[in-house]
Design a binder for this molecule. Structure first.
Ligand SMILES: Cc1cc2nc3c(=O)[nH]c(=O)nc-3n(C[C@H](O)[C@H](O)[C@H](O)COP(=O)(O)OP(=O)(O)OC[C@H]3O[C@@H](n4cnc5c(N)ncnc54)[C@H](O)[C@@H]3O)c2cc1C
Length: 384
């Protein structure tokens, strides 16, 4: 047993950091101001191999593990949450459904393309009327033929807060095909450009400014049996399984944001003078930095443990992942808030990197299952 990253993971993290420093950081300010994801990054991400960590070798992937996804998420979020979330959604929140449950034809059509960055994927589950309660989905897939095989379906409904919606070549859409509740949901792969599929303009958000988030309208979208991802009626369970890697990625992002805030704070308090000395001469300031580091390291260990448990099929992997997602999201919010405080007025300026991290971390307590849902997962066994 080791509490340190092994050489392969440490090398991978270092490679991600070098890539992010060179290719991503120079684009962050412009992407943040324009609110537009830098399109040129997709193929660069693909060439760097960071969109195919969970993709089989035969489709150009590297068959890496969940810890690698956490490390990648960490390094991307150090630079920008808005940029980080877009590839993470495509490869590890939407694309994973095609990797795990896709038919041979779907795999041939999408896996290499997503891993190389030539295609972008989105996952459309949340609706205006239901988010946390995934089993409450009302978007409908209705079979249009009377035969027993249900070869053709038509999709109607609305999806809300869909990341990458306006950039996606394929959307993995959850819709009701059967009875109310968990057992009546099916996933479909819907290609961009399908008649009846349309999007709102990008939603204006508090953070993640450069990620593309939209409402999706399904108005008589025709799909066929070949477009079902996985098994009819199993969509809810596939979505729940997909959430586990998604939450590892989001926890990794929280660690990245907090690590960056800590580094920025350390530099700032060493340079900024008050009362004739650097801020770091003050014990209260040094202790604040130490507390930030303690919180960060605790969340990092819990996240790495959860990733390892997920890959090992540990019986408590679900609780571990929920704990990591909760802890990393709450920790990142506290650490980003502390960083703004240490920067004083400079930290409140829109252009300040700590202000950007502060805005970006808030959604980590909401997306991929809210704090309350993570606590619910952890305490299910206490229900009478
Ligand atoms: C920027 C952004 C990007 C997103 N990207 C995507 C995407 O790509 N695809 C997608 O499908 N979704 C996406 N989402 C949706 C996200 O997953 C949901 O917002 C989230 O799951 C919460 O659902 P909700 O917003 O409907 O809140 P609600 O479910 O309405 O919850 C409101 C409040 O009630 C609490 N609550 C609800 N149920 C319980 C309970 N049982 N016990 C205690 N408290 C409870 C919640 O914790 C929360 O505090 C995104 C959201 C955002 C903000």
């Amino acid at each position: 047993m080791s509490w340190e990253l092994d050489e392969a993971h440490a090398d991978f993290a270092a490679t991600c950091r070098a890539f992010v420093d060179k290719q991503v950081r120079p684009l962050v300010d412009e992407a943040e101001t324009s609110g537009v994801f830098p399109q040129e990054l997709w193929t660069q991400f693909g060439a760097a191999g960071i969109l195919g960590l969970c993709t089989p070798d035969e489709f150009g992937g590297s068959e890496a593990d969940s810890l690698a996804v956490a490390l990648l998420s960490e390094e991307l979020a150090r630079a920008s949450g808005g940029i980080a979330i877009s590839p993470l959604v495509s490869a590890y929140m939407a694309g994973t459904h095609l990797v795990r449950y896709g038919s041979d034809a779907q795999k041939q059509r999408w896996l290499s393309a997503i891993a190389s960055g030539e295609a972008v994927a989105a996952i459309a589950v949340t609706e205006p009327g239901t988010g946390s309660d995934v089993a409450g989905i009302t978007s409908r897939a209705k079979a249009t033929d009377d035969g027993p095989t249900h070869d053709n379906w038509v999709l109607d409904g609305r999806k809300m807060f869909i990341t990458n919606a306006g950039l996606a070549d394929v959307l993995v859409v959850g819709a009701r095909t059967g009875e109310p509740g968990r057992r009546g949901i099916t996933l479909f792969a819907v290609e961009a450009g399908a008649p009846g599929l349309s999007f709102s303009t990008p939603l204006k958000k508090m953070g993640w400014h450069s990620s593309d988030t939209r409402e999706v309208v399904l108005d008589g979208v025709q799909v066929s049996r070949e477009d079902i991802v996985g098994a009819e009626g199993r969509g809810f369970y596939q979505i729940m399984a997909g959430f586990e890697l998604e939450r590892i990625a989001l926890a990794g992002m929280g660690i990245g944001h907090a690590a960056e805030c800590l580094d920025l704070s350390r530099r700032y308090v060493a340079e900024r003078e008050a009362f004739g000395a650097p801020l770091s001469a003050l014990q209260t300031i040094r202790h604040k930095v130490a507390e930030m580091e303690i919180e960060l390291e605790a969340a990092r260990l819990v996240t790495y443990q959860a990733a390892a448990r997920l890959d090992a099929g540990h019986p408590e992997a679900g609780q571990s992942v929920a704990r990591a997602k909760y802890l990393a999201a709450v920790m990142a919010n506290r650490v980003a808030d502390d960083a703004v405080q240490l920067f004083g007025g400079a930290g409140f300026l829109d252009e300040s990197p700590v202000a950007r991290h502060y805005r970006d971390v808030r959604v980590l307590r909401i997306g991929g299952g809210t704090d309350e849902i993570q606590l619910e997962i952890m305490t299910r066994g206490m229900r009478s």
